[in-house]
Design a protein around this ligand. Structure first.
Ligand SMILES: C[S@@+](CC[C@H](N)C(=O)[O-])C[C@H]1O[C@@H](n2cnc3c(N)ncnc32)[C@H](O)[C@@H]1O
Length: 200
């Protein structure tokens, strides 16, 4: 789902970048560790701030990144142009990722899967494109925040079948991730590190 005007503004300003750089990415890094080089994918890359962090802070050799919103992709392309072939960006949907099976050493999700009505399908796609042993780094917004009456006044999300951290955790395991570790903030946001089982 494309962001409404309020959330588009919330995602496109220096405060959002600072939160991602100084709080969210370091938290995922502490929980999941850095990459040992390799290929990463960022789903729902927005304007490309996360992609830069995956290359710099997480140590990926290259990052492929896509977003459903062409306006976001245009911004990300400009931001990532200095990285040349290390960063490739396209318009795409997490429910049909245009990459072969077992392509990536890591997949990153900075807060997009709660925007997807068929979120279980998105997890299956992430699992498909990860190499066995690859890691999924995810930060997600939970049902409590999405359904809160104040949030609903100004943000637009799918409202049916939203998840809390235990639902997301359970679905990751059912999809073939193990182990899964998670941390929760006020039952409103959560961070997950999930490893694709080697035998699946
Ligand atoms: C809350 S924003 C987060 C953007 C960016 N990851 C960040 O942290 O700043 C959610 C993003 O997910 C994108 N999005 C929503 N549904 C999507 C889908 N099905 N496939 C890919 N991207 C999607 C939106 O266009 C938006 O850029």
């Amino acid at each position: 789902m494309i962001l409404n005007r309020a959330e588009y503004w919330l995602m496109n300003n220096p405060v959002r970048s600072a939160i991602q750089r100084y709080f969210e990415a370091p938290k995922l890094l502490r929980m999941g560790g850095a990459m040992d080089g390799g290929r990463a994918l960022e789903v729902g890359c927005g304007r490309g701030i996360g992609t830069k962090l995956i290359l710099g802070m997480f140590g990926a050799d290259s990052v492929d990144a896509f977003d459903l919103d062409p306006r976001m992709v245009a911004q990300a392309r400009t931001r990532l142009a200095p990285y040349g072939v290390r960063a490739r960006v396209w318009v795409g949907d997490v429910n049909t990722i245009s990459a072969p099976d077992a392509s990536y050493d890591a997949v990153f999700d900075f807060g997009i899967i709660h925007h997807v009505p068929e979120w279980r399908r998105a997890l299956a796609e992430v699992h498909r494109v990860l190499k066995p042993g690859g890691r999924f780094y995810a930060e997600e917004v939970l049902r409590r925040f999405i359904l809160h009456p104040i949030t609903r006044q100004f943000l637009e999300h799918p409202l049916k079948d939203r998840f809390d951290s235990s639902d997301f955790d359970r679905e990751l395991k059912a999809t073939g991730f193990d182990p899964v570790v998670s941390e929760d903030l006020w039952n409103s946001a959560a961070w997950f590190i999930a490893k694709k089982q080697v035998s699946t």
